[in-house]
Design a binder for this molecule. Structure first.
Ligand SMILES: Nc1ncnc2c1ncn2[C@@H]1O[C@H](COP(=O)(O)OP(=O)(O)OP(=O)(O)O)[C@@H](O)[C@H]1O
Length: 397
C-alpha cells in the first residue's frame, strides 16, 4: 500500500515528463534516491527520499512515451491510407462490374427511345449480362474515330462535383469549344478546375450536368474503351511500367500491329532515340519500377513516343513540361510540337510562355471560362490573362 505523501506515476512528475520529455534536466543529482516498493503485486515508487524517480526509470518511461506516440501516429496514418484505398477499390469495382458502361448504355437507350426518360436503369442488364438491344444503341468504334478526327469537341454548360465531395461544385456551367486539328490552351489560377476538365475529357468521370460532344455527338454514346483509343494524355508524371523501353513505347497496342521500326520511328520523332540507344541494352533496357531508372525528361519523351505511335486524334497535355530543366524542356517541347500537328489538342500550362502560340487561349476561373482569344487579343483586352502575363513578367512582344 502507498502511504500518505507518497508519489506514484501521477501528479506534477508525470506532467513534466509528458510535456517536456526532458525532466531529467530538472532532477537535482542529490535527489536521485528514490526507492521501489511492491504494491499489489506491481511496483510503485514511494519517492520516500525526495519524491523523485530514478534516472534510468525516467529515461525508460520517456522512451516508452515516445514509442507510444509514434505507434498512435502510425495507426492514424494507416487509417488515412485505408480510407484512400477503400475509395480506390470502390472505383476499380465500379469499372470491373461494368457500372461505367451502364451510363453509356442508358444514354444510348434514352436516345434510341426518342429522348424518353430512362426510369429503370436496372433494365440495362438482362439475366446478369448487358442487354444486346441497348448495346446496339452505342456507336461503333469506327464512327468514334471518324468523328474525333473530323469534328470539334464542345464542353457544353458542364457542371461537375467529385463523388467524394458531392456538395462542392468544381465546374459550374463551363462552356468551351476545342477546335478540330488546332491547339487550345487552358490557363488560370491553381484550383480553377483545369485538371478536372482533363479528367472529364478522358472520361475518368462524367459531367453531373451538361455534356461533352465531338462533332456534335455526345461522347457518352461511345463505349469508354473506344473513347480511350481516340484520346492520348501526356502529363507531368507519365505512367511507365516495369518493362523494357520498347515495350513501354508500344504499350496498349497489339503486338501484331506494331513493328520494331514503328517504335524507333516514334522514338526519333519524340527526341528519344539518341538517349535510348545510349542505354546498356538500347530498346531492351528495363526502365525499373514506374520508370525509376530514367530521368523525368526521358520518361516524358517515352510517353510522347507512345502517344505518337498510338496516333490518337485528340491530345491532352497537362503541364507536360513544367518539371523540366531548360535543355530537357526544349527537347520535350520540340517533340510535343511534332505530336500536336493536325490533332485536336488541349494544353494546360501555368507557364504562359509555353502556350502563347496556341490558336486559342481560354482562361478558367472558379469552374468557368472567363476569357477566350489569341494571346495578343487577350493581352490587348487587359483582363485577367493580361495580369497573369504581367505577373509572370514575360517580354512577349
Ligand atoms: N479527386 C478529387 N476529389 C475531390 N476534390 C478534388 C479532386 N481533385 C481535385 N479536387 C478539387 O477540385 C478543385 C479543382 O482542382 P483542379 O485540379 O481541377 O484545379 P487546377 O486548376 O487544375 O489546379 P492546378 O493548376 O493547381 O493543378 C480543387 O479545389 C481540388 O481540391
Amino acid at each position: 500500500m502507498m502511504e500518505e505523501g507518497q508519489e506514484g506515476w501521477g501528479g506534477r512528475m508525470e506532467e513534466r515528463i509528458l510535456v517536456l520529455g526532458v525532466v531529467w534536466y530538472e532532477a537535482p543529482k542529490s535527489a536521485i534516491q528514490s526507492e521501489l516498493t511492491e504494491v499489489g503485486g506491481g511496483r510503485c515508487y514511494t519517492g520516500r527520499a525526495q519524491g523523485k524517480l530514478p534516472v534510468g526509470t525516467m529515461v525508460s518511461f520517456i522512451g516508452y512515451t515516445f514509442t507510444l506516440t509514434f505507434a498512435v501516429q502510425g495507426a492514424v496514418n494507416t487509417l488515412g491510407d485505408l480510407r484512400g484505398m477503400f475509395a480506390s477499390i470502390e472505383r476499380i469495382n465500379s469499372i470491373l462490374s461494368a457500372k461505367d458502361i451502364d451510363d453509356s448504355l442508358a444514354y444510348g437507350l434514352a436516345k434510341e427511345l426518342d429522348g424518353k426518360e430512362l426510369e429503370d436503369s436496372n433494365g440495362v442488364y438482362e439475366n446478369g449480362s448487358v442487354n444486346k438491344h441497348f448495346m446496339a444503341a452505342l456507336k461503333s468504334s469506327s464512327s468514334c474515330s471518324n468523328l474525333a478526327w473530323s469534328g470539334d469537341i464542345h464542353l457544353k454548360e458542364v457542371h461537375f462535383s467529385y463523388p467524394l465531395r458531392a456538395d462542392v461544385e468544381i465546374l459550374n456551367g463551363l462552356d468551351l469549344k476545342i477546335e478540330c486539328g488546332k491547339v487550345t490552351a487552358l490557363v488560370g489560377p491553381s484550383g480553377a478546375g483545369k485538371s478536372t476538365v482533363v479528367q472529364l475529357l478522358a472520361r475518368y468521370y462524367e459531367p453531373t450536368q451538361g455534356c461533352i460532344t465531338v462533332a456534335g455527338e455526345d461522347i457518352r454514346v461511345f463505349d469508354k474503351r473506344e473513347w480511350s483509343r481516340v484520346v492520348s494524355l501526356v502529363n507531368q508524371d507519365p505512367v511507365l511500367f516495369s518493362a523494357s523501353v520498347g515495350e513501354n513505347i508500344a504499350y496498349g497496342l497489339p503486338d501484331d500491329v506494331v513493328s520494331k521500326d514503328d517504335i524507333i520511328k516514334a522514338a526519333k520523332a519524340a527526341n528519344a532515340h539518341e538517349f535510348i540507344v545510349s542505354l546498356p541494352q538500347g530498346y531492351d533496357t528495363l526502365v525499373g519500377e514506374r520508370g525509376s531508372l530514367l530521368s523525368g525528361g526521358q520518361r516524358q519523351r517515352i510517353a510522347i513516343a507512345r502517344a505518337l505511335l498510338k496516333n490518337a486524334p485528340i491530345l491532352i497535355l497537362d503541364e507536360a513540361t513544367s518539371a523540366l530543366d531548360a535543355t530537357s524542356e526544349r527537347l520535350v517541347q520540340e517533340a510535343l510540337n511534332h505530336l500536336m500537328k493536325g490533332r485536336t489538342s488541349l494544353v494546360i500550362a501555368h507557364r504562359l510562355s509555353t502556350v502563347q502560340n496556341a490558336h486559342r487561349i481560354a482562361v478558367c476561373s472558379e469552374g468557368k471560362i472567363t476569357e477566350l482569344g489569341t494571346h495578343s487579343e487577350l493581352v490587348a483586352k487587359g483582363g485577367s490573362y493580361a495580369s497573369l502575363v504581367g505577373t509572370q513578367r514575360l517580354a512577349f512582344e
